[in-house]
Design a protein around this ligand. Structure first.
Ligand code: ADP
Ligand code: MG
Length: 423
């Protein structure tokens, strides 16, 4: 057995130690490298994830989202925003977003708000903008600073289209106003009625006694004007509270027949035929007879007035499932332009030189008080279809149960109506 020199033995021991330390160092380096690599990968994954979240927040948001640079220019937006603008992004890329606001006061307010947001504040405001299609849109706009690496590089805006909500609020406000005005008008109308009757009586008396043609002419004018005041006053009286009226079961068919009889003469003079069709002998409706008559007088008169060149007015009664009765008044008149449809029923909306603009408002009110509905469909130069639905009186519904006319015939009437009036 050879005995190693102690010096050689020390060197080999040292070598082993160096190798071990070096290997440990390498392992440590590897481990550290592995850990930092993993951390890096995790970081990049997190970054990717946050980028995805940001992207989907923008892309999938049902509200319009747009990103502005520090000079108020639109540099990015989502699909919903493009739809609001009614143009693809490419066509308004880098446009100053305040150019969508036409009102100068609102525009300068928005510019002020933008500056504040750049300074770290958030802003919420409602604003009316005009899109590329020229439509006015009410928006609820929220703006927040767009911060990247601690630096504000612009503004992120989120806009919600509240046009419909605003319109609905306006309608509620209007109908509340109308209710108050209506009550007031109905009260005043009552007060006017009595002195008016006296005035009419005396004027008629003077007219009858007069022997001078000159006076007769003026008295005739006075009587006509009194008649007009009387007409307007009567229209307003309908706006009184529903409990002031007496509701009774009445036959809607005879009501329609009597209205037709009154208006037939006026129609014939204008070369118009009123074609009346109904499936039943009688249909009972709980109503205030005079008010319902007033509605059909108004609606059929409107139809007559719309038909300058004569033609046919279809007056069709249909009873759906015994619950409701529907009356269609279809004319071949001038029709109603789209922009006027939303104004129908507003007090004093008229397109006629001699019109009062009260007929439809009063008709809507009466039918509403009778738990019914009025729908108006119209096409310019083709005609107008007014559909009035009223609930049928209970007893009639029971009586009719099982013996009601055959559904086929009823449907046939309606198909025919749809064919003849192409709207
Ligand atoms: P008025 O008849 O006094 O004008 P209404 O309230 O009855 O008041 O009608 C309001 C407006 O609605 C009319 O002036 C007319 O422009 C429109 N209108 C109503 N019914 C018809 C119809 N059948 N055809 C065409 N326009 C209609
Ligand atoms: Mg009218």
């Amino acid at each position: 057995m050879t005995v190693l020199d102690p010096a050689v033995e020390n060197i080999s021991l040292l070598l082993t130690l160096v190798v071990t330390i070096a290997s440990l160092f390498v392992v440590l380096l590897f481990t550290l490298g592995y850990i930092s690599d993993k951390q890096l990968r995790m970081k990049s994954l997190n970054l990717q994830e946050s980028e995805n979240r940001y992207q989907s927040f923008i892309d999938l948001n049902p509200d319009g989202v747009f990103i502005l640079d520090r000079k108020r220019r639109i540099v990015k937006c989502n699909r919903a925003f493009e739809q609001l603008c009614s143009r693809p992004f490419e066509q308004f890329k880098n446009t100053d977003y305040t150019l969508f606001i036409k009102d100068p006061e609102n525009r300068s307010k928005t510019k002020e708000a933008f500056k504040k947001v750049l300074n770290g504040e958030t802003s919420k405001q409602t604003v009316t903008v005009t899109n590329f299609a020229g439509e006015l849109i009410d928006l609820e706009a929220t703006s927040v600073p767009h911060v990247v690496n601690g630096e504000t590089i612009g503004v992120i805006g989120i806009v919600k289209d509240i046009t419909d909500i605003k319109k609905a609020e306006e309608l509620v406000r209007q109908s509340e106003k109308l209710a108050v005005v209506g009550e007031l008008a109905a009260g005043v109308a009552h007060e006017i009625r009595n002195p008016l009757t006296t005035l009419k009586g005396f004027t008629q008396m003077f007219f009858a006694r007069s022997s001078e043609p000159e006076n007769e002419k003026f008295l005739k004018i006075m009587l006509d004007e009194i008649e007009r005041i009387n007409f307007i006053v009567s229209e307003f009286m309908v706006l009184a509270k529903p409990h002031m009226t007496i509701m009774q079961p009445k036959d809607i068919i005879s009501i329609l027949k009597s209205v037709k009889a009154i208006l037939d003469t006026q129609a014939v003079l204008k070369n118009i035929e009123i074609d009346f069709r109904c499936p039943n002998e009688t249909i009972s409706v709980v109503c205030e007879e005079n008010q319902v008559k007033q509605v059909f007088m108004n609606v059929i008169k409107n139809a007559i007035e719309a038909m300058k060149d004569g033609g046919t007015i279809q007056l069709i009664v249909d009873q759906e499932k015994d619950r409701n009765v529907t009356i269609h008044v279809i004319d071949e008149g001038v029709g109603i332009p789209k922009e006027n449809i939303s104004q129908l029923g507003q007090p004093f909306f008229t397109t006629k030189p001699e019109g009062t603009g009260l007929g439809l408002m009063v008709s809507y009110k009466i039918i509403e008080n009778h738990n019914g509905k009025i729908k108006i469909a119209s096409e310019e130069n083709k005609g107008t279809a007014v559909t009035i639905t009223l609930p049928v009186a209970m007893s009639t519904r029971q009586e009719n149960h099982g013996i009601v006319r055959d559904a086929k015939r009823r449907n046939a009437t309606i198909i025919q109506y749809k064919k003849r009036s192409s709207f």
